[in-house]
Design a protein around this ligand. Structure first.
Ligand code: MN
Length: 362
């Protein structure tokens, strides 16, 4: 960032909060408390424990690096946002991401409620800038519908569903229509964030593992979008909008090419029939957030894909904190004001109804 550069104010489609350490162990119903998700530091590792099972290990130094004071203290968080030039942000959990690997129906249903109640009182009620996304259990459709209706009434603007589903489920299943109907009616966005729903995030420990494993997290998200389009959910619910978080952008219009080709060339096998081509469904209903991608804005411009949102991924290593302005200038200094406005503010406002205070708007 040059010293004379103006501050670019943006809204962010991706960030994370650290929940209180005892959120679930203190607040679950008495009989379930000891099974609540929590983290344990064991020497050089932090261990994510869910339902008494060790589901993931992370190096303690890496966790420390993504735990700036503002990641847990919401007053400090707002100060960080001001300093970085971010007004409003979609907020995903941290430990809460691991709820989606639970296998016990009652434990998961109660655990998402504990998270959602806390997110409501500590974020949504605190500031319109903190758009916490609600967690929903997919282990039972009645539970999913009940909780989606409840969080809609509480003021949540989005739900987060796992990118990787339990083996018996797929997002092309019509059983999900009950959930989509509630989201469409309430205007709630369905979010798919990378790395959710599976504890098998390490696919290889061989050469290139860090890059390969990072890339692998993108695949389940692409599968979600493919199923939502091809299975007809987005066609049946044309006002429903979905957003991928932290999975990049340029693959989205490319996915449209693949699905259009399949729909056209294999049409006799394609069921259900769609009222719009996949490329059109993507333009109407599929949004995607990115942090650094150099291919994102060219995809927006060249393919008229208007649904890219910038996202900080605060406070993760893949994100832009604490050098957000440098990244924003690198991305947006050389595109038209219309493209910049659309990607930093317009798509976000379309999804979540939040713009930018006039004094900060470019
Ligand atoms: Mn993220």
């Amino acid at each position: 960032m040059t010293t004379t550069a103006e501050k670019i104010w943006v809204n962010s489609g991706d960030s994370h909060v650290w929940e209180p350490k005892d959120l679930w162990t203190a607040n679950l119903p008495q009989a379930l408390k000891h099974r609540g998700p929590h983290m344990v530091r064991d020497g050089k590792h932090d261990i994510y424990v869910v339902d008494d099972e060790k589901v993931f290990f992370a190096s303690a130094s890496m966790i420390d690096a993504i735990t700036p004071p503002g990641s847990a203290d919401l007053n400090l968080r707002l100060a960080d946002l001001d300093e970085q030039g971010i007004w409003a942000e979609v907020v995903f959990p941290s430990v809460g991401i691991w709820l989606s690997v639970m296998k016990d129906r009652e434990l998961m249903h109660q655990s998402v409620k504990v998270y959602n109640d806390w997110a409501k009182s500590d974020m949504i009620d605190r500031s319109e800038r903190l758009l916490a996304t609600a967690l929903i259990s997919v282990l039972d459709f009645d539970d999913a519908v009940e909780e989606t209706k409840r969080v809609a009434a509480l003021g949540f603007k989005s739900i987060c569903l796992p990118a990787t589903l339990p083996d018996h489920l797929e997002y092309n299943m019509p059983e999900f229509d009950r959930v989509w109907a509630v989201c469409e009616e309430a205007g709630m966005v369905v979010c798919f964030h990378v790395g959710t729903g599976s504890s098998k995030l390490i696919v290889t420990r061989g050469p290139g593992g860090a890059l390969i494993n990072y890339w692998e997290t993108t695949i389940p998200v692409q599968r979600c979008v493919t199923h939502m389009i091809s299975g007809g959910a987005l066609d049946r619910f044309p006002r429903l909008k979905i957003m991928t978080a932290e999975a990049g952008v340029a693959w989205v219009p490319a996915l449209g090419d693949r699905l259009d080709e399949a729909y056209r060339q294999h049409n006799r096998y394609a069921h259900p029939k769609l009222s719009r081509l996949p490329t059109q469904i993507i333009k109407d209903q599929v949004y995607s957030s990115f942090q650094h991608d150099e291919t994102a804005l060219p995809a927006v411009i060249a393919h008229d894909y208007q649904n890219a949102l910038w996202g900080s991924d605060y406070p993760h290593l893949e994100g832009t904190y604490p050098h957000t302005q440098e990244v924003l200038h690198g991305l947006f200094d050389h595109v038209s004001p219309e493209v910049r406005r659309r990607v930093t503010l317009g798509a976000f406002e379309e999804l979540f109804g939040i713009g930018m205070p006039v004094a900060k708007a470019a």
